[in-house]
Design a protein around this ligand. Structure first.
Ligand SMILES: Nc1ncnc2c1ncn2[C@@H]1O[C@H](COP(=O)(O)OP(=O)(O)O)[C@@H](O)[C@H]1O
Ligand SMILES: Nc1ccn([C@@H]2O[C@H](COP(=O)(O)O)[C@@H](O)[C@H]2O)c(=O)n1
Length: 207
């Protein structure tokens, strides 16, 4: 690779549409030109705790994330080295035992996660910082459906977690990072124009 990769951070509340936005952006690029890290894969490995204990962890606090490993991996990709990204299992509340995904360096590196704009070291490496915004009740409905369909959760469990940790931590740690965003993408309904503008800007930089 001739140029330093560009680093794009995409933050926003749970189920705001971060993954959806990333999927739409990468559609207009050659797959070899973009590598994506999902911060959810960097939840800490907690083999020291039982399943019942892992269920009780506050997963919306920055301490739940292995920021040091994430930073090492971002630096490696920025230095054109590949990484073995961990794989997280939401149903087990733990990292997969021996599964990793090889991620190769690319012209564009995208980091996506609720706290993607939280860490100052990571922000200092970033070229573009984005916050995906969606109304709280829309996010809750999306999360309820997704967590019951894909993450092995019950209705009561999603409601309890949302009220005790997801919502208060969103207000305490996620919302304050909005001020670091270069672009805020509204995602209650359509977001196509915002995606087009962003994809054009990225192509402009890597051209
Ligand atoms: N603009 C949108 N309109 C309708 N549904 C959406 C929209 N954006 C996201 N969703 C849906 O909401 C859910 C959560 O979206 P996702 O992109 O996974 O959020 P995040 O990565 O922020 O947690 C998914 O089921 C997704 O299909
Ligand atoms: N064991 C876990 C780990 C994380 N979560 C929740 O995931 C949310 C972040 O993922 P998004 O795709 O929604 O951005 C976060 O709000 C955690 O509460 C979990 O439920 N269980």
């Amino acid at each position: 690779m001739n140029h330093k990769p560009i680093l794009i951070l995409i933050a926003g509340g749970t189920a705001s549409g971060k993954t959806t936005v990333v999927d739409k952006i990468i559609k207009s690029f050659n797959p070899y030109d973009v590598s994506v890290i999902c911060m959810d894969n960097y939840y800490k490995k907690r083999d020291d705790l039982s399943f019942e204990e892992r269920k009780k962890i506050n997963y919306d606090h920055p301490d739940a994330i292995d920021m040091e490993l994430l930073k090492r991996h971002i630096r490696a990709l920025m230095d054109s080295r590949n990484i073995d990204c961990p794989v997280y299992n939401f149903a087990q509340h733990n990292r997969e035992e021996s599964k990793t995904i090889k991620i190769n360096p690319a012209k564009v590196i995208i980091i996506e996660g609720i706290l993607a704009l939280y860490d100052p070291d990571i922000r200092s490496l970033a070229d573009i910082q984005i916050f995906v915004e969606s109304d709280a009740d829309i996010r809750f409905i999306r999360r309820l459906k997704r967590d019951m369909e894909e993450r092995g959760r019950s209705l009561d469990n999603v409601i309890e977690q949302y009220l005790t940790t997801v919502k208060p931590m969103y207000e305490a740690y996620v919302v304050p990072t909005k001020r670091f965003a270069d672009i805020i993408i509204p995602n209650d309904t359509k977001h196509d124009i915002a995606i087009d503008i962003l994809s054009t800007k990225i192509k402009d930089i890597i051209r």
